[in-house]
Design a protein around this ligand. Structure first.
Ligand code: G4P
Length: 290
């Protein structure tokens, strides 16, 4: 279920997680490896305070490995943060997480003194999948609503994992960066937010503009083009012609082409793609501040 986030929801989500924090020793923030900045919630640092944090760049199977490496280095600049690229669908990749938790909190991690872990993140980044993978069973998926996460001590159950880890069974749900123009487009392109006020053709145009500059060779390969078009609309027209998305009179059906491009990006059909790099974000955020 997708919800629109309003200031009231955000305050509520923040308050609920804050109330749970006294019973949490370590935070795992799940982010989307394709858009680490846009899928990160800046409130995590304030909420976790001194507690160590593992930032998981999930869906790394869909992200550009070279860019993911840059992000891992960048994220670990923050005090108390360890960053890991993962695909939580792959159980073999998540099995090292308990050991990493114990490394970050050497004084805890026994049956008597377990490490109490809370998973946090914006909707759709893979929080529930991670909990299920760690728990080794499928737990009910919680709705993407700020009210779903209840205070740990009163209503949440803990899943006891091997090696002295007590994991809260419901994640802390935080809001996406919808107020930031480029971030909301990137969240929409990758499917992190689906019900968005942005028009579908607009989302495809944003994606096409980025692809022709960042991944021209992928575009050529996927759509069997002679050369990569130079503009967003040029790419959408080229895809439309290749896929027979034409209306009467030979005009490109922009809605259909947009759907094809976005669907194929989300499915990973163009290969692993990242939609932001630390340098891009530094530039964008500096411009925003000016
Ligand atoms: P959430 O609790 O944070 O809201 O996310 P959830 O685990 O429900 O995962 C959201 C979608 O992302 C799911 O797909 C899930 O299978 C997919 N997903 C999670 N981790 C990974 C990963 O490492 N790699 C890939 N490729 N996909 C992952 P879904 O149920 O089909 O939903 P949707 O894709 O239609 O939104």
């Amino acid at each position: 279920m997708a919800v629109q986030w309003y200031p009231g929801h955000m305050n509520k989500a923040r308050r609920i997680i804050k109330e749970s924090m006294p019973d949490v020793d370590l935070v795992i923030e799940v982010m989307d490896a394709r858009i680490p900045f846009s899928s990160e919630n800046p409130m995590v640092a304030e909420l976790r305070q001194h507690r160590p944090c593992i930032k998981i760049l999930n869906k790394s199977d869909l992200a550009d490995p070279a860019t993911t490496k840059l992000w891992l280095k960048h994220l670990e600049k923050e005090q108390g943060v360890k960053a890991q690229a993962l695909s939580v669908l792959d159980k073999s990749k998540t099995k090292n997480l308990p050991a990493l938790c114990r490394k970050l909190l050497p004084g805890r991690g026994s049956a008597v003194k377990p490490i109490r872990v809370m998973i946090m993140g914006i909707p759709n980044v893979g929080k529930s999948t991670l909990i299920n993978t760690l728990a080794g069973k499928t737990l009910a998926k919680v709705g993407d609503e700020p009210a779903v996460t209840k205070v740990v001590s009163s209503t949440q159950q803990r899943i006891i994992l091997e090696g002295g880890i007590a994991l809260s069974d419901t994640p802390g749900i935080l809001w996406p960066k919808i107020e930031n123009g480029n971030s909301s487009y990137r969240l929409a392109v990758t499917g992190a937010i689906k019900n968005t006020a942005i028009d579908f053709e607009d989302i495809a145009m944003f994606a096409a503009e980025y692809l022709v500059s960042a991944y021209p060779e992928r575009v050529v390969e996927r759509y069997k083009l002679k050369a990569c078009p130079e503009t967003d609309i040029g790419l959408l027209e080229a895809i439309g012609k290749k896929r027979g998305c034409l209306r009467a009179g030979g005009v490109i059906d922009l809605q259909r082409v947009s759907e094809i491009l976005i669907h194929e990006i989300r499915a990973g059909d163009l290969g692993p793609l990242s939609f932001e790099t630390p340098d891009m974000i530094e530039l964008e955020t500096t411009v925003d501040e000016e």
